[in-house]
Design a protein around this ligand. Structure first.
Ligand SMILES: Nc1ncnc2c1ncn2[C@@H]1O[C@H](COP(=O)(O)OP(=O)(O)O)[C@@H](O)[C@H]1O
Ligand SMILES: [Mg+2]
Length: 181
């Protein structure tokens, strides 16, 4: 199975959406100097109880018939294989933060691949959600806020057709500028 890290980001953010989040903050840090890659998704969704958190990390349990998508246990396993790990911080009624760390140059580390595709799928799949995305690669930073392109008052109505192209170009140019994809 293709297990690019951008697909994991999509998968973790889909959990935030399922948890009723209205604000989702995606943060990626790539530091070649420190040999570290970190992904983080923070949301203001319903959060998890201790029991739910324990189950969320259990590869043999899901609240659904079948795990949809890649799932947290696979992300945890991949991160651990790459000398890092997964940390989930959550508060019922407040939100959740999922952070995965990898050695940047670990032989088993999946490539990041397509953060533009992930952010496009999130933003246009859920225009009502306030998405913030900050990607740092070595010294360079790209920051994106969906509300700049889709104001809250427009999210419910139809999107202007040119909005999709504008966001795609903005993400493409920003990610190219910092030297990632
Ligand atoms: N951001 C989140 N907020 C609240 N609950 C979450 C969040 N992420 C994961 N969970 C809980 O953990 C479970 C496991 O997530 P996951 O491994 O992605 O599998 P799936 O989404 O298919 O159930 C979810 O079903 C949900 O109950
Ligand atoms: Mg999921």
């Amino acid at each position: 199975m293709m297990e690019d890290l951008s697909l994991h980001v999509l998968d973790i953010a889909e959990n935030s959406i399922a948890a009723g989040a209205t604000l989702i903050i995606v943060t990626i840090n790539e530091s070649r100097k420190r040999n570290l890659l970190t992904l983080r998704v923070a949301d203001n969704g319903r959060g998890m109880s201790r029991a739910e958190l324990r189950r969320a990390r259990d590869p043999f349990f899901t609240t659904k018939e079948k795990r949809t998508g890649l799932g947290l246990p696979l992300l945890a396993q991949t991160a651990e294989q790459c000398g890092g790990g997964l940390t989930i911080t959550t508060r019922p009624g407040k939100g959740t933060r999922v952070e995965a760390r990898f050695f940047y140059r670990h032989i088993d580390r999946p490539p990041l691949t397509n953060m533009r595709g992930t952010m496009m799928a999130l933003v246009f799949g859920h225009p009502e959600i306030d998405f913030r995305y900050r990607h740092r690669r070595d010294g360079r930073i790209f920051a994106f806020a969906s509300r700049r392109f889709i104001p809250a008052r427009l999210a419910a109505g139809g999107l202007a057709p040119e909005t999709i192209g504008r966001v795609r170009r903005h993400l493409g140019a920003g990610l190219r500028r910092i030297g990632t994809t």
